[in-house]
Structures are given as structure tokens and as C-alpha cells.
Write a protein that binds this ligand. Structure first.
Ligand code: F6R
Length: 247
């Protein structure tokens, strides 16, 4: 299903409320909530609202386990552009999550360690009972996570090569495209699909063309997000501008 909201602020609050309900529901049953998280500008409003709920309404993250979608490779966790830094600044530093429950792909591995690491990342998700809810943004290439065009629907966590458009879109964060890493470690389409609930968010007219393809286009590895059409557990949460080209 597709939900369209008047603006991204309203939409972000809806998504944050869904996450908070899940956390509280699990908490009331003495269980953990297992969240798949995304970085980028799209989810920032969701994280801001979750932080507000923690600070003003006592929403606790003590029972929350998180797995991030992706990280650049190579990348030091302390670097300004790392997704570790992003997650700390936008969420983890401001809530009561146990950092031992936080998982973000490791951008510091040697090449020959990556394969085993990626398998272990999958197994770790499984060991927590799988993802209850996966948050997604969408890149202009149609990527989800860093599953660029050509990604297989059953792909798992792995090392991938970033698309040129993705590196161009990231160039501002890195002070030039030449500084953007060429690779990343990302959960696969198959990993994302196993989540019991998937929320893909997109805001602004910049995303309207790719949202049209993702929601209405033919399913194809040329636009990896089209695979989401095959899942019954996906909600596309859009603002009016991102939804503008939908029929
Ligand atoms: C981030 C991620 C990416 C972004 C996408 C959109 O963890 O996996 O797929 O969601 O590139 O980025 P923004 O939100 O910056 O437009």
C-alpha cells in the first residue's frame, strides 16, 4: 500500500509512532523489538521524533536491538561520514539504547574477512528472531540499502560497488565525488524481504520519478526497489511531492 501525507513532517511522525507502538508492545510482553534502520536525510525526522518521545514521553529503547542496512567500505566508524557517526548523532546518543544491541556493518575489515562477516551479520539477525520492522529510503538509482541496479532479489549481506549516481549524490558529504568510497557493505534484497514489516519513505519532488518506477514500474533488477511490489508487508510512505507522478 501507498500512504501519501501532506508533508514529510506529518509522515515522519506517523512512522515514528508505528515504531514506538512496536517497541512498547514488545516491551509489554517482555520481548525485544528488532529494528532495521536506514541512514541518509530521509529518516532524520523519524529519529528526531523518536528522540523527542524518549525525552518527553519516556519511550525507552532498553529492549531495542538494531541492525543498520549499510556502511561505506572502507570506512572508519569515527569518521564524520560514517553511518556509525550518523546513527549516534541522530539517534543513539540521545536515547537509552544499549550500544551492545546496535549493529552496523563494519567498514574496517580486510577484504578477505568480509564474506564471513556478512554471513555472520545475517546469522545475527536470525539469532534475534529476524527483523520486526525495516525502514528504507530510496536512492535515485532505485537502490534500497545499497542494492544498486543489477542486485538479485535473493541477495544477502555483501560487499557491493556503488553506482556512479549514488557516489555523485554523496559527493557533498565527502567534499567531492573522488572522496566517496567506491564500495559498501549492505544487507541484500533477500535480507530486507525477510523483515516482517517494511516501510519505504520518500520525500520531495526529486524522488518522484524513481517512486513512480518503484511503485508502478515493471519488476526488474534495473530498479531494485520494484522488488518491493512482490511483498505483502511493504508500505510506501510518501509526501505529496514524492507521490506527484503516481497515477
Ligand atoms: C541509507 C541507505 C540508502 C538511502 C538512499 C536515500 O542507509 O541505505 O538506500 O536510504 O540512498 O538517501 P537519502 O535519504 O539521503 O535521500
Amino acid at each position: 500500500p501507498v500512504s501519501v501525507y501532506p508533508d514529510q513532517h506529518v509522515a515522519a511522525i506517523k512512522v515514528a509512532n508505528r515504531i514506538a507502538d512496536l517497541i512498547r508492545d514488545k516491551q509489554s510482553r517482555g520481548e525485544r523489538a528488532v529494528l532495521g534502520l536506514a541512514t541518509g536525510v530521509t529518516p532524520i525526522g523519524v529519529y528526531r521524533e523518536l528522540v523527542r518521545m524518549h525525552q518527553e514521553e519516556g519511550l525507552s529503547f532498553a529492549n531495542v536491538v538494531t541492525f543498520n542496512l549499510d556502511e561505506y567500505y572502507p570506512m572508519q566508524p569515527t569518521a564524520e561520514q560514517s553511518y556509525v557517526t550518523f546513527m549516534k548523532e541522530n539517534l543513539f546518543n540521545h536515547v537509552d539504547i544499549d550500544m551492545a544491541n546496535v549493529h552496523i556493518p563494519d567498514g574496517t575489515l580486510e577484504q578477505d574477512q568480509i564474506h564471513a562477516y556478512c554471513l555472520a551479520y545475517e546469522q545475527k539477525i536470525t539469532s534475534f528472531g529476524g527483523l520486526d520492522l525495516q525502514l528504507l529510503g530510496i536512492g535515485r538509482t532505485g537502490h534500497i540499502g545499497f542494492n544498486e541496479p543489477g542486485s538479485a532479489p535473493n541477495s544477502g549481506t555483501r560487499l557491493v560497488t556503488l553506482d556512479e549516481m549514488t557516489r555523485r549524490d554523496a559527493s557533498r558529504d565527502f567534499g567531492g565525488k573522488e572522496n566517496v568510497p567506491r564500495k559498501a557493505i549492505t544487507m541484500g534484497i533477500g535480507t530486507i524481504f525477510k523483515a516482517r514489516e517494511i516501510i519505504l519513505m520518500a520525500w520531495s519532488g526529486k524522488k518522484a520519478p524513481i517512486i513512480k518506477k518503484a511503485v508502478e514500474g515493471e519488476t526488474s533488477s534495473d530498479v531494485p526497489a520494484t522488488y518491493l511490489q512482490l511483498s505483502d508487508n511493504v508500505e510506501f510512505v510518501l509526501d505529496q511531492d514524492a507521490a506527484a507522478s503516481l497515477t
